[in-house]
Structure formats: structure tokens, C-alpha cells
Design a protein around this ligand. Structure first.
Ligand SMILES: Cc1cc2nc3c(=O)[nH]c(=O)nc-3n(C[C@H](O)[C@H](O)[C@H](O)COP(=O)(O)O)c2cc1C
Length: 338
């Protein structure tokens, strides 16, 4: 073997554009808790400086967010004729290392991959009330197919669960009103207009719309509103993603599955909203487990429905690529081939 041969890596522009697309992934409060290092492979790390301790003490949602970015990255590279070889939680003394990604050239992507990659730029979290999704049986079958084999289960909790979920959501919101640390954290990540992270005003329901979706995390009021400004009933389908155990690998996989579900729904013209305030406390997690027909660990709820017709909301901001992607300097030995 030619010792001077360097591993195959995509060129700089390809890596940068794929990582930029990956960073369009959803994350808890738009915290964007990821870091990418490009060397002979690409490495994904979680960024503990972006942990939300009062909301996500164990970093479960931090890892789920990184999993979503990993799945976005997969589609972004595959659509660009590179097949990422993803290793999850490789052995490392660095606990933040979540994945190493090698590459092999790949043929022209399938239509499905091209459409999933194209959905990345169009996907938004929609917090206003949604109408019932059309062609739901067919959509649900596709979503189950897409995440098959990932170790993540998807279930439609159905209308029968709505009253219990909405009631639990109201109680959780009440409890959190009395939690100053949680509230401070929520305010910190809301309305920081000049920052490239957090949940901006235009993505948060206005005062009058705030309580029309009962199954939702309460944010400080923003500017998002239905076309006529009147509250309407939320008819969104409610999905639950769960895993058989609750390991870091389960969290990473849940994020990947979350991303695939959101992109597939976006591709079908459906609006989506991840909902996680009910998976943040043991009591409500147990309640979700009881509502589910399986006995897995609930990771994320997702509202899916037809949008309210306000038009596509503007995208939420992202941190500049220079803050999240670094290029590793090659070791001397690599350069000389010795
Ligand atoms: C792990 C995770 C948890 C989330 N939890 C919630 C939630 O409880 N309520 C909500 O409205 N949005 C939730 N989101 C959506 C984020 O707030 C959203 O992705 C982020 O603000 C960026 O906006 P975008 O999705 O429109 O790009 C969550 C996203 C992730 C990945």
C-alpha cells in the first residue's frame, strides 16, 4: 500500500456546506450544542457549555439534538454523492465525542435522499395550532419504515391520549411557574434578538395564541399568530419516540430518528413541533409510558399537522460555521507520509 496515500475526504467546500446544513437541525431551545472537528475523519462532539442544566440536567436532550444534527449531516453528504460511514460513541477518553464519520464516494442519490436533504432548509418548528394531517395512515407507515432498525420506536398516541397529555402539560406548566431556575433559563434562551441562538420572537406564539395549543411548552410570548389572530383548536397528531433503554446511544439514535421524522413530514408539506417538557420529569415520563402501548423509555413527543397558512416563518438563526467547525492541523507524520 502506498504510505503516502491520504484517506479519502471530501473537499473543504463540500464539508463546510454539509456541516452548515447539519447545523440547521433542531435543538433544545436552539442551543446548538454541537462541535465538529475535521481531520482525516469528521468528528461530532457535544458542547457541555451549551447544556441547559435546569431543563436538561443529564444532557439527554443535548445528545438528542446532536443526533438530529448527525442525521441531517448524513442526508446532506449522501445527497452530495458521499456516503458517510458513521461510528456512534467510539471508544474515547473524551465523553463529549459522539461520532466519527469517514467517507466513501457514492453514486447519485435516490430521489428520496435528495428530497430529505432538500427539506432541511424548509423545516421549521411550528408552535401554533395545527389542523389534522392529511393522508395520515400513509404518512405514518412511511415514518415507521424510515426509522425501522434504528432501535427507536414510533407510536401515534392518538386522540384517546389527548386529554391526559393536555392535562399533564398544564400541570407541568404550573409546576414550572414556581421554578425560578427553569424560568431564568427559559428567559435566557428566549428573545435574545441579537444572538445567533435561542428561540426568537417570531417563532414564539403571541400572548393571545399562547394557550390555544394545550400540549406545548410555555415560552415567553412572541409574535407568531394565526392569519386572523384568533385562537383555533389544535388537531395535530401526537407521535411518541421511545427506546427500550435510556443510554447515551439511545439518546443519539432518538435524535437521528427525530430528524428523519421531521424531514419526512416537511417533505410531505406537514408542519411539526418537537415537544419535550413532559419527558423532563420522571413522573410525566412514567405517565407517557403508561399511555403508550409499548413499555419503552419516552424520549420525544412530536406534534404533526397541517400548517395554519401563515406562510413559511423565517428560519431561526444559527451560529456561524467558524464557531462550530474547526479544521484539525494534520500531524507532521501524516504530511510527510512517514
Ligand atoms: C431535543 C429537543 C427538544 C425540543 N423541545 C421543544 C419543546 O419542548 N417545545 C418546543 O416548542 N420546541 C422544542 N424543540 C424545538 C426547538 O426549540 C427548535 O428546534 C429550535 O428552536 C430551532 O428552531 P427550528 O426547529 O425552527 O429550526 C426541541 C428540539 C429538540 C431537538
Amino acid at each position: 500500500m502506498n504510505t503516502r496515500e491520504l484517506p479519502v475526504v471530501p473537499d473543504r467546500r463540500t464539508v463546510e456546506s454539509a456541516v452548515a446544513l447539519a447545523c440547521r437541525a433542531p435543538s433544545l431551545h436552539n442551543s446548538q450544542p454541537w462541535r465538529w472537528v475535521m481531520g482525516t475523519t469528521l468528528r461530532l462532539y457535544s458542547d457541555p457549555d451549551r447544556l441547559l442544566p435546569a431543563t436538561d440536567g443529564f444532557g439527554r436532550q443535548m445528545v438528542i439534538s446532536c443526533g438530529a444534527a448527525l442525521n441531517h449531516l448524513d442526508y446532506a453528504f449522501t445527497a452530495n454523492r458521499w456516503r458517510p460511514l458513521i461510528e456512534r460513541l467510539p471508544r474515547s477518553s473524551d465523553r463529549q465525542l459522539l461520532s466519527t464519520i469517514g467517507f466513501v464516494p457514492a453514486p447519485t442519490p435516490t430521489d428520496f435522499v435528495a428530497r430529505m436533504a432538500a427539506a432541511i432548509e424548509r423545516r421549521r418548528t411550528e408552535r401554533l395550532p395545527l389542523d389534522a394531517p392529511s393522508a395520515w395512515t400513509e404518512t405514518l407507515e412511511q415514518l415507521v419504515r424510515i426509522i425501522a432498525g434504528t432501535g427507536v420506536e414510533l407510536e401515534d398516541l392518538g386522540e384517546r391520549s389527548r386529554p391526559a397529555l393536555e392535562d399533564a402539560s398544564r400541570r407541568m406548566t404550573g409546576l414550572r411557574h414556581d421554578d425560578p431556575t427553569y424560568q431564568a433559563e427559559l428567559r435566557w434562551w428566549s428573545g435574545r434578538g441579537l444572538f445567533p441562538d435561542g428561540v426568537p420572537e417570531q417563532a414564539r406564539p403571541s400572548d393571545s395564541q399562547q394557550h390555544s395549543v394545550h400540549l406545548s411548552r410555555e415560552f415567553p410570548p412572541g409574535r407568531a399568530s394565526t392569519p386572523d389572530g384568533s385562537p383555533s383548536e389544535d388537531r395535530a397528531a401526537i407521535l411518541l419516540l421511545s427506546t427500550s433503554t435510556d443510554s447515551r446511544l439511545d439518546w443519539l439514535r432518538s435524535g437521528e430518528a427525530l430528524s428523519a421524522v421531521l424531514l419526512a413530514c416537511t417533505n410531505r408539506g406537514l408542519a411539526t413541533c418537537p415537544v419535550t417538557h413532559l419527558t423532563e420529569r420522571a413522573a410525566t415520563r412514567t405517565m407517557l409510558r403508561e399511555l403508550s402501548s409499548g413499555d419503552g423509555m419516552p424520549q420525544v413527543l412530536i406534534r404533526v399537522g397541517a400548517g395554519t397558512g401563515v406562510g413559511e416563518p423565517s428560519p431561526t438563526p444559527r451560529r456561524p460555521l467558524s464557531e462550530v467547525l474547526v479544521r484539525e492541523r494534520p500531524a507532521q507524520g501524516n504530511l510527510s507520509g512517514e
